[in-house]
Design a protein around this ligand. Structure first.
Ligand code: PMP
Length: 365
């Protein structure tokens, strides 16, 4: 039954990405009958007591892990973070105020462009001129104290930069945490709204987590399309219509797995350890590997680097794949190499990658 004989690669995919083997094994064991119900989670009504338990437990566990205070609602939606780019301004921007956007990569640019379709938005900082190679220092932010909210992207999946402390703002702080949510502890009290898809650190594609401070729900305009209304989705506990039941179930299993290993402090420790191993391989390469991120902005989730030329980038990606190190080719618009080291990636995978990087440099440097 155990998947030990099954060939598994070291999966460095940027998302959907690697899941914990115990989670996959449990899903396999429960495939034909979840908890003696005689049916798979895929086959059960979202109105059944069994599914109500699954979604309720997922919310309770998410609240426990992130230490979410009672004055915040948790909702599970579809449409990915990309739909949140639109739902956020539709619900919270209004027609009078403007929203601030901190631009640190393509995803934050997309969020900003989407907001402008629904109201006023302005750029409070952009690192585009330096190829999005860093996140700003507090003093560089040009914040509008009257903004409806300030939006930032905590981890820039494409460029490999990450904010390890939140920007300090006087307006509600909104965060796209798609690629680092559940990878480390957060102080939710600093946030007005936090959102992210499950498919990188917390489960399978299809479910998007939204954590929203209750008072912000008062801003939701009355005439919004029902499915896009945070207030209604919160009131209906994410069960207005059929939610992505199987994705919510898998997320629930990942949350249990996170609890079993020691919660977010422990996963953060592991994520630091893994990323240190890969960054050290860059730093000892004598310039053969050139990291994209400025060292103080380095992401623990996505390590991005380039080799001396594109032919070597290609050769590196091809050879690593043949050795079972999968998904290392960089994002299509940026090139180079990107190693995503999400929660479920084991330490051995980071070690194997660093060893391969050393070998490759010796053979090609
Ligand atoms: N924001 C960030 C930071 C991301 O990494 C991604 C996906 N890679 C998105 C938004 C878009 O997410 P989705 O595909 O779930 O809409």
């Amino acid at each position: 039954m155990v998947a030990t004989e099954v060939k598994r690669v070291h999966n460095f995919s940027a998302g959907p990405g690697v899941l914990p083997v115990p989670v996959l094994e449990q899903a396999q064991a429960e495939m034909l009958s979840w908890h003696d119900t005689g049916m798979s989670v895929m086959e059960m009504s979202h109105r059944s007591a069994a599914f109500e338990e699954i979604i309720h437990t997922a919310e309770v566990d998410l609240r426990q892990l992130l230490n979410i205070p009672n004055n915040y609602k948790v909702i599970f939606l579809q449409g990915g973070a990309s739909l949140q780019f639109a739902m956020l301004p539709m619900n919270l921007l209004g027609q009078v105020q403007s929203a601030d956007y901190i631009l640190t990569g393509e995803w934050s640019q997309k969020a900003y462009k989407e907001a402008k379709k629904f109201g006023q938005a302005r750029v409070a900082f952009s690192s585009e001129a330096s190829g999005f190679n860093r996140v700003p220092a507090q003093a560089e932010l040009q914040l509008d104290p009257k903004a409806a909210y300030t939006h930032f992207t905590s981890n820039n999946t494409i460029y490999g930069t990450e904010w390890l402390t939140e920007p300090m703002v006087s307006t509600p702080l909104v965060c796209d945490a798609s690629s680092d949510i559940m990878s480390r502890p957060l102080d939710i009290n600093k946030y007005g709204l936090l959102y992210g898809g499950a498919q990188k650190n917390a489960g399978a594609a299809g479910a998007t987590m939204v954590v929203i401070r209750e008072d912000l729900l008062e801003r939701v305009p009355a005439n919004l399309a029902t499915m896009l209304d945070y207030k209604l989705q919160a009131e209906k506990k994410s069960l207005y219509n059929t939610p992505p039941t199987y994705s919510i179930y898998i997320m629930g299993l990942v949350l249990k797995w996170l609890q079993s290993i020691g919660g977010l402090p422990e996963i953060e420790r592991r994520n630091i350890q893994k990323s240190d191993i890969v960054y050290q391989a860059i730093d000892r390469s004598g310039g053969f590997y050139r990291g994209h991120a400025e060292p103080t902005s380095r992401s623990r989730m996505n390590v991005t680097f380039k080799l001396p030329n594109e032919d070597l980038d290609k050769k590196f990606a091809k050879q690593s794949t043949s050795l079972g190190l999968d998904g290392l080719k960089g994002y299509r618009t940026v090139g180079g190499i990107r190693a995503s080291l999400y929660n479920a990636l084991p330490l051995e995978a980071a070690q194997a990658l660093a060893a391969f990087m050393d070998d490759f440099r010796r053979n090609n440097g």
